[in-house]
Each structure stands twice: as structure tokens, then as C-alpha cells.
Design a protein around this ligand. Structure first.
Ligand code: KG4
Ligand code: ZN
Length: 333
């Protein structure tokens, strides 16, 4: 069974064809138009998806020697994400599905990131999943594939957003995570003290806006020259504050629910520091290889294949839902 996956929820235009869970061909185009703008500009993202999506889809069909009529189903991200970007991917998927009478399956982007771990590892639920990206920070109990309980989320900024915004403050390009990582490698993470929010709260929620403000205040207090001289130390400390707060809540959840099997996925899971520190925990740890942490369409195709094998597909009139909560059915209204 061949599934075409389509992902356009943010600033990656991604397509993939999988057959029996194996990737036949895939493409990810990371938009560069946002680099100097400090964050994703929704209008520019939509326009770039339009330019690229058709080209990439036809390229991977070509590479795998397939015609669109060979595809058994289309899996497409319907949310959460940027509305304009989602509409491009969903409209494109619907057009192909209608023309070729192919079933379509609407996939939640966060569920895609959970399935993404299967691209790198053999793993069976139950497990705890920490999904950390530019738009999300969610702690999820995965009882089974398709059966999720949200344990905690961010009260304000997402972990990746905290990295991206700090990078913007000091003039680094978007996305900030990899930029900060590069500079932080030469710094001492213990040299500056940044707050870990919600340390004593009894829940599994996160908060990063206070940390972001503390970063801006530190930079202002130090001034340009001292900031430049201490940049590696500041960024290493800031990066660690984010990593530590993620691992702390994950550790608490692992202990509370007595579950040791842990998945960390989403763009921030590409962080070398997070990967390194997570391995020191006493967990059975699964993290997708770096290229499958960030947005891709193979994870969406894999989730689609799962629902297709269960005999499920989505009625053609489904809407996008830019704030689609994982575990809640996509509203057909
Ligand atoms: O999952 P993703 O590609 O897109 C969203 O769904 O948001 O995640 C993008 C986020 C950005 O905030 C980016 O700064 C962060 O992932 N990121 C990283 C690294 N690579 C990407 N953060 C820390 N270290 C990295 N190496
Ligand atoms: Zn993502």
C-alpha cells in the first residue's frame, strides 16, 4: 500500500511516498525567506508553499517511478499550524484525491511527530512523548497509536519559540535553535543563571516567557560589548535553562506514571544539548534521528498508513483546524 504524505503546516514544504511503512522517496524544502526576519511570516510561507509543493510532489513520484494513479491514499496535515499554509497543503491534497479518486486522511501534525519516531526506531506504546517544536511544547501519554492523553503543555511560549525569539533579540537568523546551539557549544552553561519556571508547580505544564524576558534583561544590563564577549556563555546557560525545564517535567511524569519508555520529538529534539542530557536519565529513550525531528512528510504518511489500515479515511469536506488539539477529532463543522 502506497501513501503520499503532504506537510505544509509551517515553513517546511514536505512530501513523501511510503510503501508498507518504508520510505520510497521524500523531499523537505525548508523555506529560507524567513531567515533574516526573525520568525515565520505567514503570508510569505503560504506563497512559498504554492511555489514548491507541486514541483516537489511530482519530483518524488518521478524518483520512485510511480504515477499518481499508483498512490493508494493521501495523508495531509490539517492542523495545528498556520491557517494559510495548511490550506495550501489540504487544497492540493484534495484536488489530487478528487481527480484520481484516492482516499484522503487528515492528520494532526503533533500525531505526525509521534509517528515520526517510527522512522528511526522500532517502538511500541505505551510511552511518554515530549513534543517540542517552534509552535508546541506538549507532554503526552501515548497509551497506544491513536490513543493519547495530554498531560501538560506550555502556558505561553513554546520551547522552540523561546530559542527563536532570543536569537532574534541578538540578531541571529531564524530558526534560532541551531544558531544558538552553534555558539553555545563554546560556552559554559553554568556561567549565567536563568530561571526555570513552574519548578514547584504540581502539574506537567511549562512556561518560557519569563525566561525570554530574563534573557532580554540580561542582554540589556550587560550592554553590547559585554554581551559580545560573553555570548557563548549566555547562550549556553539560556539553552540549558530550556533543556533542564523540559527534562525536569518529563522526569516527574515518568516517575508519577511509572513509565520509563520516553520519546522526545519535534524540531527542538534536534538539539544536541537536549539529546545529550536526555541520555543521562535512566530512561529507555527514543528520539528520531535529527532530520525526522524537524517537520517532514514521512511522519505524516506513516500516521496516514496507520489509519488507512484501520479502514479509516476522512470525508472530503474536512476543514483545516489551525489549533487542532491532539486526541480530539477534527471538527467537520
Ligand atoms: O518541528 P519543527 O520543524 O516545526 C514546528 O512544528 O514548529 O520545529 C522548529 C523549531 C524551531 O523553533 C527551531 O529553532 C527548533 O525547532 N530547532 C532546534 C534545533 N533545530 C531546530 N532547536 C534547538 N536545537 C536545534 N538543533
Ligand atoms: Zn513540527
Amino acid at each position: 500500500m502506497k501513501v503520499l504524505g503532504i506537510e505544509t503546516s509551517c515553513d517546511e514544504t514536505a512530501v513523501s511516498i511510503i510503501e508498507n511503512s518504508a520510505i520510497l522517496s521524500e523531499q523537505v524544502y525548508s523555506q529560507t525567506v524567513h531567515e533574516s526576519l526573525g520568525g515565520v511570516v505567514p503570508e510569505l510561507a503560504s506563497r512559498d508553499h504554492i511555489r514548491k509543493l507541486y514541483v516537489l510532489a511530482w519530483e518524488i513520484l518521478d524518483k520512485s517511478g510511480l504515477a499518481i494513479s499508483d498512490i493508494d491514499a493521501i495523508a495531509v496535515t490539517a492542523g495545528p499550524g498556520l491557517p494559510g499554509s495548511l490550506i495550501i497543503g489540504v487544497s492540493f491534497a484534495k484536488a489530487i484525491a478528487l481527480m484520481n479518486e484516492i482516499p484522503i486522511i487528515a492528520i494532526n501534525h503533533l500525531e505526525g511527530h509521534i509517528f515520526g519516531v517510527k522512522l528511526s526506531h522500532k517502538i511500541t506504546p505505551p510511552f511518554l512523548a515530549l513534543l517540542v517544536s517552534g509552535g508546541h511544547t506538549e507532554l503526552i501519554y501515548v497509551h497506544n497509536w491513536g490513543d493519547y492523553k495530554l498531560l501538560g503543555t506550555t502556558r505561553d511560549d513554546a520551547a522552540g519559540e523561546a530559542l527563536d525569539k532570543a536569537a532574534k533579540v541578538i540578531g541571529l537568523s531564524y530558526p534560532g535553535g541551531p544558531e544558538i546551539q552553534k555558539i553555545a557549544e563554546n560556552g559554559d552553561p553554568k556561567s549565567f543563571r536563568f530561571p526555570i519556571a513552574m519548578l514547584h508547580s504540581n502539574d506537567f505544564d511549562f512556561s518560557f516567557s519569563g525566561l525570554k524576558t530574563a534573557f532580554a534583561l540580561t542582554i540589556r544590563k550587560l550592554g553590547i560589548e559585554k554581551t559580545k564577549r560573553n555570548l557563548a556563555n549566555i547562550l549556553a546557560s539560556y539553552q540549558d535553562a530550556i533543556v533542564d525545564s523540559l527534562l525536569l517535567k518529563l522526569d516527574r511524569a515518568s516517575k508519577k506514571f511509572g513509565i520509563n519508555k520516553i520519546v522526545i520529538s519535534g524540531g527542538v529534539a534536534a538539539s544536541k544539548r537536549l539529546r545529550e542530557k536526555a541520555t543521562f536519565k535512566n530512561w529507555e529513550l527514543y528520539m528520531p534521528e535529527t532530520k525526522y525531528c524537524t517537520d517532514n512528510a514521512s511522519m505524516i504518511a506513516l500516521a496516514g498508513e496507520f489509519y488507512l489500515l484501520k479502514g479509516q479515511q476522512t470525508p472530503m469536506n474536512f476543514p483545516i483546524n489551525s489549533s487542532w488539539i491532539l486526541g480530539i477529532p477534527l471538527s467537520m463543522k
